[in-house]
Design a protein around this ligand. Structure first.
Ligand SMILES: Cc1cc2nc3c(=O)[nH]c(=O)nc-3n(C[C@H](O)[C@H](O)[C@H](O)COP(=O)(O)OP(=O)(O)OC[C@H]3O[C@@H](n4cnc5c(N)ncnc54)[C@H](O)[C@@H]3O)c2cc1C
Ligand SMILES: *[C@@H]1O[C@H](CO)[C@@H](O)[C@H](O)[C@H]1NC(C)=O
Ligand SMILES: *[C@@H]1O[C@H](CO)[C@@H](O)[C@H](O)[C@H]1NC(C)=O
Ligand SMILES: *[C@@H]1O[C@H](CO)[C@@H](O)[C@H](O)[C@H]1NC(C)=O
Ligand SMILES: *[C@@H]1O[C@H](CO)[C@@H](O)[C@H](O)[C@H]1NC(C)=O
Length: 495
């Protein structure tokens, strides 16, 4: 409680005339961050609807979800943006449960090959055919571990320890209200959990200190950071640790698309959703903000939450507010139905090409990764590729021997990480204008969006003195406890 008082009351107290009775809370962006904010605001307060404050969510596109979206290739739908969720991402797990969304295992069991531009310098074993007995599967998994251990040795254990330490600190974001303050800056959030120092140095520096070999960093770690953030091991340490956690077992996804998390949260919070209405400007008018939209409407909002990165959108803030410069890393997702060309990889048969191709930080490799999404037959598959630049037809014609369908998406995907990271404030103007996506400079993921949203929702509730619910939301149990309890009826992942 002391801490809470400290952080919350460092900000000027704002007696808003009649605020709690008639406050309109406006959220710009209907991605997972904006949707989570709407959810936590209604979940933590008792009168946000009816006579209480009204919640409006603005989304410039015709659909919700933002960077969570599916793409249709030859009639099948695949994740095009954010695709995997870590088993310890407790908000996402709780959302899926609450919304009754079915989940499925994602990303395990891959036949990984590390491509250096000339050859595969390392490969795990080919997957076993379906129907193989359990003991063969166990043996297979064991052999794969041994293969990795032979090449990377103790570095694997050190990498695991590094990730577990980060996760343990991250779990503090789920602790109860008594012990956990609402924070007005990302720096305070990260310092309180002990994660701040990881944003000051590069992943490479952190891992060398943790005792990993340079070979492990140049190969395995590079493959992972290129897959998850499209960047090298020179990204900052916290984003790096989050990205390494994305290579652990137990990953999952929402069946039919992760965007349904955002959709469901918006529905359960009864927010009034304004689709295809982009906000062009946010003007401070004293005790409220005037939001002007591209459909010519104006809204008076007591509180405004910006739930989109400000780096590549044109929202005019007046008076202007300057925030640290940040570049977004663009990831080009290319979906191809067809068959890879074995010749491009120096092989004789397409069946010899690994199903997940990771790459080293070598200038001539034009892609970060290629993975098989679905096999329709021996020479008919759907692939997903990530790259830093657009892959033009000429290049694709070299990489693929047949190509029936190609879909390209250019994402402003996540920040371009450069340690030491600088963070824009959460409370942009010291008043009631909040910025969620400043937290992405620590690490960009669905769960970090939800964590940032939960904090902002609490900050708004305290600073506006909105009536809280009698009972606090259920305390989220530490993961280990929950696993024990679940025992044989493990709901997630192993479907
Ligand atoms: C290719 C790719 C792979 C990824 N992989 C993973 C992964 O495996 N696991 C994971 O956890 N994360 C992953 N991420 C990151 C994750 O998708 C994002 O961190 C997360 O979805 C961001 O959510 P958000 O709500 O903060 O922002 P967004 O999803 O970007 O939502 C912002 C919304 O605001 C809207 N908007 C913008 N400007 C305006 C305006 N002026 N007015 C109204 N609306 C506006 C946008 O249209 C958008 O819908 C990946 C991202 C990409 C691109
Ligand atoms: C709040 O969230 C919890 C789950 O964390 C859920 O059980 C409860 O129904 C929610 N309440 C409201 C009013 O949304
Ligand atoms: C949302 O609206 C429905 C129907 O009006 C109502 O039953 C429900 O309680 C509302 N939920 C919240 C969180 O206000
Ligand atoms: C916003 O508030 C101003 C001042 O009270 C008022 O003149 C204006 O009509 C309001 N606009 C809307 C859209 O409610
Ligand atoms: C923002 O505005 C500038 C100048 O008007 C324009 O060049 C740019 O394309 C716009 N960006 C977006 C994302 O709309």
């Amino acid at each position: 409680m002391m801490m809470l008082a400290l952080f919350v009351f460092l900000l000027p107290a704002l007696p808003l005339p009649g605020a709690s009775a008639s406050a309109d809370i406006c959220i710009v962006g209907a991605g997972i961050s904006g949707a989570s904010t709407a959810f936590f605001l209604t979940n933590y307060t008792s009168s946000i609807h009816g006579h209480g404050p009204q919640l409006r969510v603005f989304e410039r596109r015709h659909r919700v979800g933002g960077r969570l979206a599916t793409v249709a290739v030859a009639g099948d739908r695949f994740e095009a943006g954010g695709s995997i969720i870590h088993p310890r991402n407790l908000h996402a797990r709780r959302f899926a449960d609450l919304l009754g969304l079915a989940v499925e295992a994602a990303g395990d069991d891959d036949w990984l090959g590390i491509w250096d531009g000339k050859s595969f310098l390392f490969q795990t074993l080919r997957p076993l055919p379906p129907g193989t007995s359990w003991w063969r599967r166990k043996l297979h998994a064991l052999l794969n571990s041994l293969l990795l251990l032979r090449r990377y040795g103790l570095s694997l254990l050190k990498m695991d320890r590094f990730v577990q330490e980060m996760l343990q600190r991250f779990m503090l974001f789920y602790s109860d209200f008594e012990s956990r303050p609402a924070f007005a800056t990302v720096e305070e959030m990260l310092k309180w959990t002990g994660l701040y120092d990881l944003t000051r140095r590069t992943l490479e520096e952190e891992l060398l200190d943790a005792g990993l070999s340079s070979q492990t960093i140049a190969e395995l770690v590079t493959v992972i950071t290129r897959i998850n953030y499209g960047q090298s091991t020179r990204i900052s340490g916290l984003a790096g640790a989050v990205s390494l956690a994305g290579s652990e077992p137990g990953l999952w996804a929402v069946k039919g698309g992760n965007w349904q998390l955002a959709d469901g949260l918006l529905k359960t919070s009864n927010a009034s959703l304004h689709l295809q209405e982009g906000i062009d400007s946010i003007t401070d008018a004293g005790d409220y903000y005037v939001l002007r939209s591209n459909t010519g409407n104006e809204y008076n909002c007591t509180v405004t939450v910006v739930a989109t990165p400000l780096d590549e959108v044109n929202i005019t803030l007046s008076p202007p507010i300057s925030i640290p410069q940040r570049k977004m890393q663009h990831t080009h997702a290319t979906f191809v139905r067809g068959l890879l060309n074995p010749g491009y990889f120096g092989l004789n048969s397409a069946s010899d090409i690994p199903e997940l191709i990771g790459t080293l930080e070598v200038p001539d490799i034009p892609f970060s990764c290629i993975s098989v999404l679905k096999r329709y037959g021996e020479d008919d598959r759907t692939y997903k590729m990530f790259s830093r630049a657009k892959l033009d037809d000429d290049l694709l014609d070299q990489i693929f021997s047949t190509r029936k369908e190609t879909i390209r998406i250019n994402w402003a995907a996540y920040p371009h990480y450069e340690a030491p990271e600088e963070f824009a404030p959460i409370v942009l103007d010291g008043k009631q204008l909040y910025y969620l996506n400043t937290f992405e400079s620590a690490a960009s993921a669905m769960e970090t969006g939800a964590v940032a949203a939960e904090n902002v929702a609490r900050l708004i509730i305290y600073r506006l003195s909105l009536p809280k619910r009698e009972a606090e939301p259920p305390y989220i149990k530490p993961f280990a406890e929950e696993e024990e309890e679940e025992g044989s009826r493990r709901r997630h992942v192993d479907l």
